[in-house]
Design a protein around this ligand. Structure first.
Ligand SMILES: *[C@@H]1O[C@H](CO)[C@@H](O)[C@H](O)[C@H]1NC(C)=O
Ligand SMILES: *[C@@H]1O[C@H](CO)[C@@H](O)[C@H](O)[C@H]1NC(C)=O
Ligand SMILES: *[C@@H]1O[C@H](CO)[C@@H](O)[C@H](O)[C@H]1NC(C)=O
Ligand SMILES: *[C@@H]1O[C@H](CO)[C@@H](O)[C@H](O)[C@H]1NC(C)=O
Ligand SMILES: *[C@@H]1O[C@H](CO)[C@@H](O)[C@H](O)[C@H]1NC(C)=O
Length: 522
């Protein structure tokens, strides 16, 4: 039917308007916008024999049980606290039903798709196939190439459907509509200065060198990791790479005054040939400064396949590795309203999976100025950054907040009734997520030494501490409002409700000794 449409120009025009005429089946992501970010240019239809790589998010079982499990292992007062799941135990909870696996495999086989790889939790399939096959498999899809400078991606501007009988077995298919995230979560200061050259970089670093950071947070020489089996990670999705050599020079120049490492131990994914990116380098340097002498990993999606979604690829990696660092600092954010509900819901489950395993996942809340959506002729609304807005990650930075009407609302209640989008404040000189990540990795080091479990999903513990009034160690843990939307034209001022939020006095800088004491208290 899709082919018929294409053959007839008159029908084609009609299809463009109401293109559902072409594709019999169920649209899994009807609400997924197709919006190439600024700068991406259409470079034509991809030839039928070219390979694409699609990611099938298979319907999981046991998500309700998983939610209960996460509550039990993350809530400090629970008898199950810290009894984290191995990846095998997690698989037993979430793996798709045999009916789902059978249906999907049969469907793929009937189209000759055989080059598929699964993950340890069995709930994703990554399949390679020629474009012609992909377009038959997912009626409606039409693969085009988009380029921006040296970069190119393959995407479908048209929505896809799956056969009606497959709809109950698949959450969404990745690799069709979403572009690699563009918005840098790098701080305003860096973005504004446009620091690109190495000379400027070095000069800029002088203000934020490790010893200064450590002093700011009251970290002493003794506040370093000592356990060989503790580790921390940075995940990066921009087309940037850190360079081991740069890192070594940086640590040599600026790492005086405390024992530290000078090398990243594991790079997962490919490092491209391009020059080092400022943000990529800083993330690693910062996490290794506060999380000093702790084994560090970098997850890098540079060099990915053109049809891959880098962030999704990272989630698959997590689901496919049994041994992972306990703490992850992630530089990534997309506007929540640019993502389908199916995708948001599923990514939230992926964070639940991470939480069940005891991983602490930290996101930067994103640049300021990007959090306000101006609605033409209407009131402004908030524009949360995802995954920073997910209730199952811990967000660092002062510009995120919860939108009670989005996916996050229905799932927050059990943890807080309040929301945690705004857990750590942005320090006044903008270091941020990796700095906090390194501190938490160090706190894990001390906890492991004492026979305590790693911190895991942090929000319930932070909420508990806040209730108990651990003055000084914690900041105002609350829902915030976005500054750029606070101009009186915002609808529903209720977004700002919640525990007292105070842009001036509510924000401080973490005081490491107190944070350590609070988070290692029996
Ligand atoms: C997951 O790991 C297994 C074993 O290492 C590997 O064979 C498989 O290809 C991986 N899956 C993906 C999607 O990369
Ligand atoms: C650094 O960590 C290693 C274990 O990874 C440990 O053996 C070593 O003693 C630590 N260095 C210092 C100065 O404590
Ligand atoms: C790390 O090593 C210590 C000392 O060998 C051990 O007691 C602890 O259980 C290990 N922790 C993890 C998470 O493997
Ligand atoms: C904007 O918000 C005001 C106050 O909440 C409301 O009365 C008005 O109807 C809203 N306008 C639109 C276009 O939604
Ligand atoms: C660091 O410690 C000093 C002395 O205990 C204290 O006055 C100061 O407020 C602390 N710094 C921070 C950032 O909390």
């Amino acid at each position: 039917m899709a082919r018929g449409c294409r053959a007839l120009p008159a029908v084609l025009a009609l299809c463009a308007a109401t293109w559902s005429c072409c594709a019999a089946g169920r649209a899994l992501e009807r609400d997924q916008p197709f919006r190439p970010p600024p700068g991406w240019v259409l470079a034509g239809r991809v030839s039928p024999e070219h390979d694409v790589q699609l990611t099938l998010a298979l319907r999981q079982r046991g998500t309700a049980r998983l939610t209960r499990l996460v509550r039990a292992v993350s809530e400090p007062r629970s008898p199950q606290y810290g009894k984290y799941l191995s990846v095998e135990q997690l698989r037993d909870v979430v793996q798709p039903s045999p009916a789902t696996l059978m249906a999907v495999l049969k469907w793929l086989q009937s189209h000759g798709v055989e080059d598929c790889r699964s993950v340890a939790t069995l709930d994703f399939l990554e399949c390679r196939m020629p474009v012609s096959t992909a377009e038959r498999l997912l009626p409606g899809a039409e693969f085009h190439r988009y380029v921006k400078g040296q970069r190119s991606v393959i995407r479908s501007p048209q929505p896809y459907v799956v056969p009606e009988e497959l709809a109950e077995h698949i959450d969404f298919v990745g690799g069709l509509h979403r572009f690699p995230a563009e918005r840098s979560v790098v701080s305003r200061a860096w973005a504004k200065e446009g620091m690109e050259s190495r000379g400027q970089r070095a000069a800029f670093h002088l203000g934020v060198m490790p010893s200064v950071i450590r002093k700011r947070y009251n970290m002493t020489r003794e506040d370093i990791g000592v356990l060989p089996n503790n580790s921390q990670a940075c995940a990066q999705f921009l087309e940037q790479y850190f360079h081991q050599a740069d890192l070594a020079v940086f640590m040599k120049l600026f790492g005086s005054g405390f024992p530290h490492r000078t090398e990243v131990d594991h790079v997962v994914g490919h490092q491209g040939q391009g020059r080092a990116g400022l943000e990529a380098s800083l993330d690693v340097e910062y996490i290794m400064s506060t999380g000093a002498n702790i084994s560090t990993w970098v997850f890098s999606n540079a060099g990915r396949h053109e049809s891959q979604e880098p962030f999704l690829a990272w989630l698959l990696l997590l689901s496919n590795m049994s041994a992972l660092p306990w703490v992850h600092s992630v530089s990534y954010g997309d506007d929540e309203d640019s993502l389908s509900q199916a995708y948001l819901q599923r990514v939230n489950v992926e964070f639940l999976k991470a939480a069940a395993r005891g991983l602490t996942v930290l996101f930067a809340s994103g640049d300021d100025g990007a959090g306000c959506r101006r609605v033409p002729g209407g009131n402004h609304t908030f524009r949360p950054s995802f995954p920073a807005s997910s209730p199952y990650v811990t967000t660092v930075g002062g510009t995120s907040f919860k939108n009670p009407f989005m996916v996050t609302a229905e799932v927050t209640d059990y943890i807080s009734g309040g929301g945690f989008s705004n857990v750590f404040p942005m320090p006044d000189y903008q270091a941020s997520t990796p700095v906090v990540a390194g501190m938490l990795a160090l706190i894990n080091d001390r906890r492991l030494q004492r026979g305590q479990p790693p911190l895991g999903f942090l929000n319930p513990a932070l909420y508990r501490l806040r209730e108990r009034g651990h003055g000084g160690a914690l900041f105002d843990v609350t829902q915030g409002c976005h500054l750029s939307c606070l101009d009186g034209t915002v609808q529903g001022q209720g977004f700002c409700a919640g525990p007292a939020w105070d842009a001036v006095t509510g924000w401080g800088t973490p005081n490491f000794p107190l944070l350590l004491r609070a988070l290692t208290a029996p």
